[in-house]
Design a protein around this ligand. Structure first.
Ligand code: GDG
Length: 742
């Protein structure tokens, strides 16, 4: 596994005596990825934090560190310029005006390429590469070009803007193309993923279905890219542990004492950034003091504004502005013994941050726009005694989860003032009620859950729940009330367990039984959708009459009429013969491989070989057939590679079946990669169910054919129940149409 981020998890430091070394900077991301990285003997690629210096890769705590050098001018143009003065303001609702400079963009492309090349050099075959954040949005595509074997993920830590704003960017299409090189693109909020897929539709015209984007490559190949939300979190146990230390609790008491033991301590913790709404917070607090709704003897605001991006002009101006505001408010309202605001322009050790969280009765998070805001989650994690109130901006991603905070619109100063007063006056019981719920939420999604769910999605290892999940049961109940229902089912691995010899495959008795029940129901059709040639499907499935059949990935159809045969041209038969000869030769070289001839294509089966041997055989088949007979459709399935004369896939099969049956809703179940074409052909009123592990566009998942049979039986129950109820209702209201005479 390889992680790429702008900064490495270690900083290069030069000591006062001239010696130098490495200091780890254990942020949340490092904590989250450390165990995974160690287990996978992972590598971390990033910049070491000093200009114009090359460092050799080295090992740190079981992780291979690969420094990428940046020159002084690249830091100015790629990092401070394009990343922090173009993308950052653009992606944060243009709170500050983004600067567009072509030379910054060129530096961004150049540095992204350097990162991609480093990853391409270090990643092992078929490694998982996880690219972090907005500084590296071009890396996924560049890396895919260099290393098509890699599995590539991208996580966007900051918001993704609505199209009206994103479209300002002169290089908007290049950025989207860069991101679409990933297999999975993660966002903080549902809204961010939605903004991204909308931009993809507008600028590339690609189809998006739910979380899946159908990316059409220059060669016409289709890739499915998952774009969805994975809300980031914190190392909850780590924060709890620090908060429980007696010396940290003592420090919290000391802080309150040093502040003059006010009744209420309010706290803000932010990088000094214009997105954090520090000015709005100060304005609201100042007005409350001016109006005597709060008294300086009772309430103190501690504001940690940690130094950030200090060489970027907008940040210099912001610092002046905030410090002027703090100075004025303190000048006006502080007394000798009580300061209105304790303003701290420093970075602190984590223990001190936790002591501050423990000392604070009210936490103010008033960001104008924020991807997530980890500070909000950290405050909650530290409040083990269920006291404390949080005022939280609706524009921070955290507000999607932390619903029991006092949610505010920070632009509405009057509303923000009321929220602060509500927080200051909130009774302890109400505080505890809310904090308990907040703590449950934060505990339910830790940073480990976040990285696990992202990586599981990326590697196709998403957990398969035991038993039929509740969400699936509900979806089946809803589906059962369709006007015209089509139940389309893959055969091998779905109705029938996988076996070594394809001709031995048989549907489970329980599955056959459920299918027989379903075909007897009114307005309900069942279809088998297979990659097998139709004759082979008929042989193994022995389908009951009335079951519709499609074989050879939708090329062959049998729809309520005698078999459809394919009329092949003589030239097509020649091509098939030619490819047969090539594949037979390849199969002959590996014991256990065999070739299946289909009416309009060929399949090379490798399931008896080891995965590595199978893959290498498939690769050589692919390249030799491509060279000898270009233009054939190539499909890779589980332990099989197929070459078809005519394009066609299970998605086309669904379209044809839908048209034939007039179905208003479709249920589709399948286990193979080729079933993904069917899943992406489903719409909002349909239901897709993946069998087993593996990356999928289906909304539901079960473990194996036994559970498929259970699901089909359940669907038959629900459908029969619905049809009965409908019949009773018709009988009651009278189903004969009323004809009015003219
Ligand atoms: C970006 C996105 C998203 C701050 N000052 C000190 C200090 N901190 C720590 C906090 C917190 C972290 O820095 C800041 O994280 P945030 O999430 O609040 O904000 P950004 O830095 O803007 O982070 C954001 C995040 O990425 C993760 O995806 O949530 O939306 O903008 O952990 O505690 N830590 C120490 N001393 C300080 O002085 N030790």
């Amino acid at each position: 596994m390889v992680v790429l981020s702008n900064r490495l998890p270690v900083d290069h430091v030069v000591n006062s005596d001239g010696s130098s070394g490495w200091k780890s900077s254990p942020g949340g991301l490092v904590t989250a990825l450390e165990p995974v990285m160690r287990a996978a003997e992972g590598a971390w690629i990033g910049w070491a934090g000093v200009a114009d210096t090359e460092f050799e890769p080295f090992e740190n705590d079981g992780i291979e560190i690969i420094p990428v050098p940046l020159s002084e001018s690249e830091i100015e143009q790629y990092y401070e310029g394009f990343s922090n003065d173009t993308l950052w303001p653009l992606y944060h609702d243009v709170i500050a005006p983004p600067q567009y400079h072509r030379e910054w963009w060129e530096a961004y492309v150049l540095v992204n390429r350097r990162f991609a090349e480093a990853a391409a050099r270090y990643a092992a075959t078929e490694a998982v590469v996880w690219v972090q954040d907005y500084q590296l949005q071009l890396v996924p595509e560049m890396l895919r070009e260099l290393r098509p074997d890699l599995v590539i993920g991208f996580f966007d830590h900051i918001p993704f803007p609505p199209y009206g704003i994103f479209s300002q960017l002169p290089w908007r299409k290049q950025i989207l193309k860069g991101l679409l090189g990933a297999d999975v693109i993660g966002f903080q909020r549902v809204a961010d993923a939605g903004n991204f897929t909308r931009a993809v539709r507008r600028l590339y015209g690609f189809t998006t279905r739910g979380n899946v984007v159908e990316v059409i490559g220059d060669d016409g190949d289709v890739r499915h890219v998952v774009a969805r939300t994975f809300p980031i979190s914190i190392d909850v146990a780590g924060y709890e542990e620090i908060a429980a230390r007696p010396e940290v609790q003592e420090r919290a008491r000391q802080i309150r004492h040093d502040l003059g033991d006010p009744k209420v301590v309010m706290l803000g913790v932010d990088r000094l950034d214009y997105t954090k709404g520090i000015g709005h917070r100060l304005k609201a607090f100042g007005e409350l003091l001016a109006e005597n709704r709060l008294q300086v003897e009772d309430v103190t605001l501690v504001q940690v504004a940690s130094p950030s991006r200090e060489r970027v002009a907008t940040y210099m101006a912001l610092r002046d502005e905030i410090e002027l505001q703090v100075g004025r408010l303190n000048g006006e309202f502080s007394t000798i013994s009580h300061s209105a605001i304790a303003y701290l322009h420093h970075g602190y050790p984590r223990e001190e941050m936790v002591a501050l969280y423990l000392a604070a009765d009210v936490m103010l998070v008033t960001a104008l726009r924020d991807g997530m805001n980890l500070v909000a989650k950290e405050y909650v994690a530290c409040r083990a005694d269920n006291t404390g109130v949080m005022v939280l901006s609706e524009f921070a991603g955290a507000s999607d989860e932390l619903r029991q905070a006092i949610i505010v619109n920070p632009h509405d100063i009057a509303g923000l003032k009321d929220a602060i007063v509500t927080a200051v006056e909130m009774p302890k019981r109400e505080q505890a009620r809310r904090m308990r719920a907040l703590r449950k939420t934060v505990n339910g999604n830790t940073v480990n859950d976040w990285s696990k769910s992202f990586l599981d999605t990326l590697t196709g290892r998403a957990a398969v729940p035991r038993g039929i999940p509740e969400t699936l049961v509900n979806a089946l109940r809803e589906l059962a009330s369709a006007d015209e229902l089509l139940i389309a089912l893959d055969f091998d691995g779905t109705l029938a367990p996988h076996v070594d010899q394809p001709e031995d495959a048989r549907a489970l008795d329980s599955a056959r039984e459920a299918v027989l029940r379903l075909i007897r129901l009114a307005d309900t059709r069942v279809a088998f959708v297979s990659g097998r040639a139709l004759v082979s499907l008929q042989h193994v499935a022995d389908p009951p009459e009335d079951v519709l059949l499609t074989g050879s990935h939708g090329v062959e159809l049998k729809l309520d009429q005698p078999d459809v045969t394919l009329d092949l041209l003589a030239s097509e038969i020649d091509r098939l013969d030619h490819v047969t000869a090539i594949l037979e030769r390849i199969a002959g070289s590996a014991e256990g491989a065999w070739v299946e001839r289909k009416p309009a294509g060929l399949a090379l089966h490798t399931r008896l070989l080891s995965p590595a041997a199978g893959q290498s055989l498939q690769r050589s088949a692919r390249s030799r057939v491509r060279a000898a007979e270009p233009g054939l459709t190539v499909r890779e399935g589980k332990n099989v590679i197929e070459f078809a004369l005519r394009p066609g896939n299970k998605g086309d099969a669904i379209a044809k079946l839908r048209e034939h049956t007039g179905a208003t809703s479709v249920f589709y179940a399948g286990d193979d990669v080729t079933d993904e074409d069917a899943f992406v052909a489903l719409g909002a009123d349909d239901l897709g169910m993946k069998i087993g592990r593996g990356r999928t566009a289906a909304g539901h998942r079960v473990r194996g054919p036994e559970e498929v049979a259970e699901v089909l039986a359940l669907l038959a129950d629900f459908r029969a129940g619905f049809l009965q109820a409908q019949k009773r209702e018709r009988a009651y209201t009278g189903s004969t149409p009323i004809v009015t005479e003219s």
